[in-house]
Design a protein around this ligand. Structure first.
Ligand code: NAD
Ligand code: TDX
Length: 339
């Protein structure tokens, strides 16, 4: 079987490629990635030479190129990770989010219709459900929770989800969608909370906590997300949506304090900065459906996963130091300079 993985040079896509090549060595993986600021070919260096792996640098919005690739590879499945993924950037510049996340999804699905596909899988996010109040711990996002987005990022992901369901109903495209909570683990770009705090801690730089740090996210180790997607594409039912999460809600400030403790740094590094506009208060996934129907359960608990992640960033400084020494410096100055 040939699996086309988009966005495989990014955080979750690369972890998924490693997992698939290990778990299903009989499959061929073709990775399609534009290598934006968030994509790194070096991340894939361990698999680039494998005979059952091919990397193609291309934009998912480039229709002719995508059709050409489908013509060449005739993929059996598409697993679509490629996206603009950072909420803060979507607040600064929404346009590219609409282009990549909505139009890019349409191009891929058009290619699937034209050339035929066994399964098109859309990697979505819990952010499409909006947020939950802090004082109602009983409320969780289920697959039936209405879409209610806050940021240009989450709106573009919700728009793509609606389009995916429309292609299923109107054209009979065999689709599935997964909506996962916040991921952490190796190869996450250092603009996101956990790697940013680790990198700043190691450089004894201020740790910029938005607002009061009380916002809650539901953290899942990236490999558990990859295992869930692998189950959905092979055993999940066409036309279905699956929530993925591990019941691991934590306030941002507690994550930051934990990282400080693990790295033996003082809490005086914490700096409260102006809040994110439209900042979602709390995310919490109810993963009952994927557990019941596909037998999925998270395997890495947070206490273990965060230790492994911190150790990974300590052992792989070259990977992230190269990133933060380049264009990232300008991003950091603009995003945090006068905050
Ligand atoms: P990422 O930003 O680390 O990686 C995105 C990848 O997509 C990069 O390699 C980039 O080069 C590529 N890309 C971007 N635009 C492209 C385009 N036009 N054409 C081809 N490639 C393009 O993102 P991530 O954190 O790995 O997220 C992957 C997916 O998972 C996204 O769809 C995101 O919405 C979703 N998701 C992420 C999380 C999380 O916590 N990170 C949680 C739930 C869902
Ligand atoms: O410097 C920071 N300070 C801070 O307090 C950063 C970068 C973040 N935060 C806060 C904002 C959020 O409440 O930490 C929380 C997590 O922030 P991000 O890492 O930016 O993630 P989030 O906005 O929750 O979105 C993530 O999860 C859902 C991914 O980036 C999305 O792609 C995914 O869909």
């Amino acid at each position: 079987m040939t699996v086309l993985v988009t966005g495989g040079a990014g955080f979750i896509g690369s972890n998924f490629i490693f997992y698939e090549l290990e778990k299903h060595p009989e499959d061929r993986i073709v990775c399609l990635d534009k290598l934006t600021y968030a994509g790194n070919l070096s991340t894939l260096k361990a698999v680039l030479e494998k005979p059952n792996f091919r990397f193609v640098k291309e934009d998912i919005c480039h229709r002719e190129a995508v059709y050409q690739l489908f013509e060449e590879e005739k993929p059996d499945m598409v697993v679509h990770f490629a996206a603009e993924s950072h909420v803060d950037r979507s607040i600064e510049n929404p346009g590219v989010f609409l282009e990549t996340n909505i139009m890019g999804t349409a191009v891929l699905m058009d290619a699937c219709r034209k050339y035929g596909i066994k399964r098109y899988h859309q990697v979505s996010t819990d952010e499409v459900y909006g947020d939950l109040p802090l004082d109602r711990p009983d409320l969780l996002f289920t697959e039936e929770t209405p879409l209610h987005t806050s940021s240009p990022y989450s709106s573009s992901k919700a728009g793509a989800d609606l389009l995916v369901m429309a292609y299923h109903r109107t054209f009979g495209l065999p689709v599935t969608i997964s909506r996962c909570s916040n991921n952490y683990g190796p190869y996450q770009f250092p603009e996101k909370l956990i790697p940013l705090m680790i990198a700043n801690c190691l450089a004894d730089k201020p740790l910029p906590v938005y607002g009061e740090g009380k916002n809650v996210r539901d953290w899942l180790y990236v490999e558990d997300h990859c295992k869930a997607i692998d189950l959905i594409i092979r055993k999940g039912k066409e036309g279905e949506i699956y929530n993925i999460g591990g019941h691991n809600e934590m306030a941002n400030i507690d994550i930051v304090k934990l990282i400080l403790k693990e790295l033996g740094k003082p809490e005086s590094l914490i700096t409260y900065v102006t809040d994110r506009k439209g900042h979602d208060m709390r995310y919490a996934i109810d993963p009952a459906k994927i557990h019941r129907e596909l037998g999925w359960l998270p395997e890495t608990m947070f206490a273990e996963g965060i230790k492994k992640t911190i150790q990974w960033y300590l052992d792989n400084k070259e990977w992230w130091e190269t990133i933060i020494s380049g264009e990232y410096q300008n991003y950091y100055r603009e995003m945090y300079g006068n905050r």
